[in-house]
Design a protein around this ligand. Structure first.
Ligand SMILES: Cc1ncc(COP(=O)(O)O)c(C=O)c1O
Length: 408
């Protein structure tokens, strides 16, 4: 059997076969960038058209009630919660990831008065570090930068909050949520996980781990579109004491009484701030339909099978050409594969010119995301075939790719 036929056989046996029919993928494109911006699911454009023309156009202001707009952050939050195996009423969806990180970081630190350190990893996504630095300035705290492989060594009784990205955006390496959360709790700190590269691709059990907070975007593996709102999770035990810094009227116990004094609502709605982004929330609501009936175990199995195949084919067909930065151990791998090469930018550009869309991360990383809902093993085989073509044809040496690299 040819290697491509073997890939087709894996697709035929996959529990997720046929799921890509839920997506509008442009013909001729192999999309390996769903870890940056997910593909467009069927139903999203139609839902947006309905919300705009019917709910807004005809229903006008009545739609806050008649179309249930006012409850959308909670309802969509509950759907995200179900996908992430979190209890109902613990997830709120409203603002960007950065704003959500700010709100949850401040709320967490305020739950640990007397402690003055936030621990982050050096490899964190920049916005997490920038926001944490601002929180530290605001609350008079200190940032402590941990090495990713030794985070536990940076924990002590001064630490209020440990904030880590579950799956590393550069390498795809994944933390052990149970172990790190337990260690943070041992020193009395709270734990916040950034799930941007987790949600929709990698199952995680925050409840068993006892994690306190989580934040994640919805425009990557959740496929809700550019700039779609992030979700915030707060463990129920913290709800009654949450004191978040952007306590606007939508988190008031009685927003429409327009009272002068602030009184926070009960529950996870305490994380709300202002008027929710209804169009973007509606897009996320529709995008989540693509996950209906999907077993998280099947999602993970497909993701690992795709990334295993990609790593194996790259190493077999291009031995010694790339350094595979992503861990081989399944327990330490998210849903992407990162390849290091000095010409990574030009290689990614040449692949994009062939219809294989990955991305580049400075200084030398070619990054490929494997969204298990819409990628097949045949896609993986074909993508590696193109990579071999690029390397053998030395297309990455062509001036147009080099020029583009120079202006990045
Ligand atoms: C781990 C992580 N955190 C945060 C963000 C981005 O935050 P925002 O949605 O506010 O741009 C990203 C974006 O790629 C990310 O990968």
């Amino acid at each position: 059997m040819s290697p491509r036929d073997a890939a087709l056989e894996l697709d035929a046996a996959s529990a997720l076969r046929g799921r890509r029919d839920h997506f509008r993928l442009p013909p001729g494109t192999i999309y390996l960038d769903g870890n940056s911006l997910g593909a467009l699911p069927h139903g999203v454009a139609e839902r947006l058209a309905h919300v705009v023309t019917e709910e807004w156009g005809r229903g006008l202001i009545a739609s806050w009630n008649t179309a249930g707009w006012i409850d959308l952050p909670r309802r969509v939050g509950d759907r995200v919660a179900a996908l992430l195996d979190l209890p109902e009423g613990t997830v709120w969806v409203s603002d960007s990831t950065s704003v959500s990180l700010f709100k949850t970081m401040v709320a967490a630190c305020r739950l640990r008065p007397g402690r003055d350190v936030i621990v982050l990893e050096r490899a964190t996504f920049p916005t997490d570090g920038y926001i944490a630095a601002s929180v530290a300035r605001m609350l008079d705290l200190e940032l402590r930068w941990a090495e990713s492989d030794r985070v536990e060594e940076y924990l002590d009784d001064r630490v209020a909050l440990v904030c880590l990205t579950h799956v590393d955006f550069r390498t795809g390496a994944m933390f052990d949520v149970d172990r790190v959360t337990a260690r943070a709790h041992e020193v009395g700190a709270l734990m916040l996980w950034d799930l941007c590269h987790t949600a929709g691709a990698v199952p995680v059990d925050l409840v068993t781990a006892g994690a306190d907070f989580a934040v994640g975007c919805s425009y990557k593996y959740l496929n809700a579109g550019p700039g779609s709102p992030a979700f915030m999770y707060a463990a129920r035990e913290h709800h009654a004491h949450l004191d978040q810094p952007l306590s606007g009227w939508m988190s008031h116990a009685r927003p429409f009484d327009m009272e002068l004094g602030y009184e926070p609502v009960e529950g996870v709605g305490r994380l709300a701030s202002g008027t929710p982004p209804i169009l973007a929330l509606s897009a996320l609501d529709a995008a989540l339909d693509a996950f209906e009936g999907v077993d998280p175990g099947d999602l993970r199995a497909a993701s690992l099978s795709l990334t295993d195949l990609f790593i194996r084919l790259v190493e077999e067909r291009l031995p010694g050409v790339f350094e595979v930065l992503t861990p081989r151990e399944h327990a330490r791998r998210g849903s992407q594969v990162s390849l290091r090469h000095p010409e990574a930018y030009a290689i990614v550009s040449a692949l994009i010119a062939r219809g294989v869309v990955g991305d580049f991360r400075t200084p030398d990383v070619a990054r490929f995301g494997f969204a298990p809902l819409y990628l097949t093993h045949a896609d993986v085989y074909d993508a590696v075939d193109h990579l071999v073509g690029v390397m053998e044809g030395r297309e990455h040496d062509r001036p147009e790719h080099a020029v583009r690299r120079a202006v990045t």
